[in-house]
Write a protein that binds this ligand. Structure first.
Ligand code: GDP
Ligand code: IMO
Ligand code: MG
Length: 430
């Protein structure tokens, strides 16, 4: 069996969408297993741009099944909008190519409002969330009071479930000095989008098991990045789900043995959106230069991404916590023309050299990066489709990173276009 999990090895926006889209040619099914529409995955196919937040990137390829697993939090209003927007771009979406787990939790407008309310109340200590209700929706899931996708099939009991949810939320709203919510109104609003969700519902774990028996190839599409993982990330400046590769199994209803190869995606430098530690950040002309060349603006919120040098300590750590077997290195072309490139190879913490990232928030804020300087290259690597088309110094940079992160580069991406990709090792042929 050859199933591949793709996960971001930094703070998100590594180019997962592009790589999943490229790999999906070799797959039968593409599965999202965590996160929600906080993700923003960009695909560029023959110059045409597709932006996906909730739907798996496989949706753009005819004949591939896209699956939203139980680990995803689903905003039905956003789902309807994204489906419409893709349909207007000529993509066919129906039950033949899209299924949604009937045990996934829903994001309701009250989650989005609470997300925003909390961020405003936190002031300078805010997380810098996408404001899409992701955190509050996951809280309700583990709090055992969420409304799930499958609840929309059983209208008799839905109203009672909404009341149970509102018992909690109205207490919170009272605390914030905000008006309480009416259960019937929440119910009526849900009815407007019910059909969109119900059309695609399935016991996804069972469907995937059938696929497995039929020796179909499954591609798991991670959202966010490992440094945003709720356990292994830069807590509390993280998202509210597990983003590590182990979640591919939990978030889809397949056992851990379902994943045969874990591919991590990393940029040739580092970016981060929102608050939190970022040791190799370049809040200066270099960071500005990288941001402009790399077009580092958020797909979801349009926010400017913070930019900095490649942090080999963090990527190596991400590789270990996710069991990554190969890296797809993206955006190498963005570094073309730099005279000097730096790589963070270790940190200083309170006068001592360390080579792992500490887990406490306070220590994370105190670490100082130790850089290795690297000579840049003048020639262009943009659009290269083979090793031989790469500047010699760029090849050296890739080899140097492989050594530092203790993991081979399996794929290399040299532009946003689908086919500007160099394959060194086929993840499906492990
Ligand atoms: P994701 O969230 O990991 O899917 O990444 P995003 O789509 O949010 O951000 C990555 C951005 O980089 C997108 O605009 C991509 O089109 C673009 N991109 C992906 N790979 C490359 C690459 O190799 N070179 C360049 N220049 N851009 C890339
Ligand atoms: P993709 O899949 C980059 C960040 C937010 C914020 C933190 C928590 O495109 O890589 P949340 O709304 O999830 O509660 O926000 O996580 N974040 C992302 N950053 N890429 C993403 O997704 C992100 N999804 C969430 O900016 O710092
Ligand atoms: Mg993104």
């Amino acid at each position: 069996m050859a199933n591949v999990a793709v996960v971001g090895a930094q703070w998100g926006d590594e180019g997962k969408g592009k790589i999943v889209d490229w790999l999906s040619e070799r797959a039968d099914v593409v599965v999202r297993f965590q996160g929600g529409h906080n993700a923003g995955h960009t695909l560029v196919i023959d110059g045409k741009v597709y932006k996906l937040s909730l739907l798996p990137s496989g949706i753009v390829r005819p004949g591939k099944l896209s699956v939203i697993g139980n680990g995803v939090v689903v905003d039905p209003w956003h789902l309807a909008k994204e489906i419409d927007s893709l349909k207007s771009q000529g993509i066919v979406i129906n039950r033949d190519n899209l299924r949604i787990a009937e045990n996934a939790s829903l994001i309701l407008p009250l989650h989005r409002e609470l997300d925003i309310l909390r961020e405003e109340a936190a002031g300078a200590a805010k997380i810098g969330t996408t404001g899409r209700g992701i955190g509050p929706a996951y809280e309700d899931k583990v709090g055992r009071r969420a409304i799930r996708t499958g609840d929309l099939l059983d209208l008799q009991n839905l109203r009672g479930k909404i009341d149970r949810l509102l018992l909690h939320h109205n207490a919170l709203l009272r605390g914030f000095g905000k008006p309480e919510l009416d259960g019937q109104k929440v119910y009526d609003e849900l009815m407007q989008v019910r059909d969109t969700v119900v059309t695609y519902l399935d016991p996804v774990w069972h469907l995937l098991d059938e696929m497995k028996k039929g020796r179909k190839r499954i591609l798991f599409e991670g959202a966010q990045g490992i440094l945003l993982d709720i356990d292994h990330g830069t807590y509390p400046y993280v998202t509210s789900s597990n983003t590590i590769a182990g979640q591919a199994a939990n978030g889809s209803g397949m056992g851990p043995s379902a994943v045969s190869y874990v591919l991590g995606i990393a940029k040739a430098y580092t970016t981060r959106v929102g608050s939190g530690p970022f040791p190799s950040e370049q809040a200066n002309d270099i960071g500005e230069w990288i941001g402009q060349r790399g077009k580092e603006f958020g797909t979801v919120t349009g926010r400017k991404r913070r930019c900095g040098w490649f942090d080999a300590v963090l990527v190596r750590q991400a590789i270990k916590t996710s069991g990554i077997q190969g890296i797809a290195l993206t955006k190498l072309d963005v570094l073309d023309g730099l005279e000097e490139i730096k790589v963070c190879v270790a940190y200083m913490l309170d006068g001592k050299r360390i080579d792992i990232f500490p887990s406490s928030e306070e220590a994370q804020a105190r670490v100082e990066p130790i850089y290795q300087s690297f000579e840049g290259w003048k020639d262009s690597s943009a659009g290269a489709r083979s090793w031989t088309q790469l500047p010699a110094q760029a090849v050296k940079y890739v080899r140097y990173l492989e050594e530092l992160i203790e993991c081979p580069v399996a794929l290399l991406s040299t532009s946003p276009e689908r086919n500007d990709t160099i394959l060194m090792k086929d993840p499906f042929e492990d």
